[in-house]
Design a protein around this ligand. Structure first.
Ligand code: AMP
Ligand code: ZN
Length: 465
């Protein structure tokens, strides 16, 4: 598989350094609230990436952390009047449920920052010992960016911005800061009254680790000092990933990540998501509007990961239609196979080969979706064993994209008018999304029009009153 690399700005072929397992790290969620669909653009694309590697026959080792201590988790746990752990555990659980609903495979290892405080302290100690970090009067410890000549390579900061003399005395204590405040960054934050009970002992006094450090410490623990790939949303390139490289290479040596995979931010209604605009959608918000997580996934993979994706509610309706069309295509193909029940161990994709090639070429998900529709047209002329092979290819490419097709509601009843059918379909979608209120509302509407809906396990039937 070929993939664009942020560091070298080139497309490069991926192959595991150890010759057998592709070992990669994704920066995980900060668990202080529900993840939004922007976060899920990143997590879903990372999931497709992993599925493509595995479909291609590679073994993977996927590590993704949980940020369960930082400025935001502490602030919001206090607002909620909860212990940090209780607060972050609940949001972690919600994140897992959303990931499962979106068909994202769980990472093989999912370490949390709070469970790795000693490892983080060890790393700071190494940095201090080697002259890459210093403590301030209040007991905080900072990374000295002038001590690492490679600083700025990933984000391609130009030398003008890297006027180190200017920045040596300016330090960033916040976990997140902007590009124009290029500065020494905090590794250990001395205890402040607003931290409450959330502090640990260290050689520099009581305090807590800075946000950037946790990924470096967990990567060292679970992947070692040279590994295959590191990933996150584009906002993490600077400063987070730049800081990770600096910490890890200075403390442990090694090459750190051999490849960098960054996903472009999702826009909603043409702009940034924000609570005040009411467009910061979660999976739950969209379910309440009658959309299934699979429809959300379809929209998220509908654009190339390096291109902007503008999320709208209309795009979700489009996804619903596309998934239904795919389900019908798959059913037609299955119908041609009849009772043959051929099982294939073949690794080919048949008419879906072009879709697979798209995925292998810089994870071109929209190209793959287009290729599936073209493949279905091609497959419609196939019969018997050839049709069975095509169906096996279709199922493989759908698995690589993490798509499961919706059930098709059997239309046994005769003479159902189009408007009634449309209402019933809409109601079924709400019901599948467990939006009981909307589903009941439409049932009543149908009853008013003279039609009774009877729900079965696989679908519904309509009976005229
Ligand atoms: P956070 O929970 O804020 O630490 O973010 C989790 C992941 O979501 C990170 O990889 C972020 O880069 C990514 N992310 C945040 N906002 C967006 C967005 N609007 N579009 C795509 N990815 C995002
Ligand atoms: Zn990270």
């Amino acid at each position: 598989m070929r993939l664009f690399d942020t560091l070298t700005r080139t497309e490069r072929e991926l192959s595991p350094i150890d010759g057998s397992t592709f070992r990669f790290y994704c920066c995980g969620p900060t668990v202080y609230g529900p993840a939004h669909i922007g976060n899920f653009r990143t997590f879903v694309l990372q999931d497709v990436f992993r599925r493509v590697l595995e479909t291609g026959g590679l073994r993977t080792l996927h590590v993704r952390n949980i940020t369960d201590v930082d400025d935001k988790t502490i602030r919001d746990s206090q607002k909620a009047g909860k212990m940090l752990k209780d607060f972050t555990d609940a949001w972690t659980e919600k994140f897992h449920a959303d990931c499962e609903a979106l068909a994202c495979l769980p990472p093989h290892i999912e370490p949390g920052a709070v469970d790795h405080i000693p490892q983080q302290i060890d790393m700071i100690a190494k940095l201090v010992e080697k002259g890459h970090a210093y403590s301030s009067d209040d007991g905080s410890v900072y990374f000295k960016i002038s001590s690492f000549p490679g600083y700025g390579k990933l984000s391609h900061l130009d030398t003008r911005e890297l006027d180190l003399g200017k920045t040596q005395n300016e330090r960033a204590n916040a976990d997140e800061y902007e590009k124009d405040s290029l500065s020494d960054f905090v590794l250990w934050k001395s205890r402040k009254p607003e931290d409450g009970e959330n502090f640990w002992q260290s050689p520099w006094g009581e305090g807590r680790p800075g946000w950037h450090l946790e990924c470096s410490a967990m990567i060292h623990e679970y992947l070692g000092d040279t590994f295959d790939l590191h990933s996150g949303g584009v906002d993490l390139v600077f400063p987070h990933h730049e800081n990770e490289i600096a910490q890890s290479q200075c403390a442990c040596g090694g090459h750190f990540a051999a490849h960098w995979f960054h996903i472009t931010h999702l826009l909603v209604d043409g702009g940034k998501m924000s609570k005040s605009l009411g467009n910061l959608y979660t999976i739950e918000d969209l379910a309440a509007k009658g959309f299934t997580p699979m429809e959300v996934r379809y929209v998220l993979i509908g654009a190339h990961y390096r291109k902007q994706l503008n999320f709208t509610l209309e795009s979700l309706s489009g996804a619903r239609e596309a998934l239904l069309k795919l389900a019908k295509g798959a059913r037609q193909l299955a119908a041609k196979i009849g009772d043959e029940h051929v099982t294939f161990t073949s690794v080919g994709f048949g008419p879906f080969e072009a879709a697979w090639k798209s995925l292998q070429h810089d994870l071109n998900t929209p190209g793959a979706l287009g290729g599936i529709f073209t493949g279905l047209k091609e497959a419609s002329s196939l019969e018997g064993v050839e049709a069975a092979k095509a169906l096996a290819g279709l199922n493989r490419i759908l698995r690589a994209l993490g798509i499961t097709l919706p059930e098709i509601v059997e239309q046994k009843e005769a003479d159902v008018p189009d408007n009634i059918r449309a209402l019933a379909e809409e109601r079924w979608a709400f019901r599948t999304a467990k939006n009981w209120a909307k589903s009941d509302e439409l049932r009543d509407q149908l009853a008013g029009l003279g039609w009774v809906v009877k729900d079965g396990k696989e679908g519904y039937t309509l009976v005229e009153k």
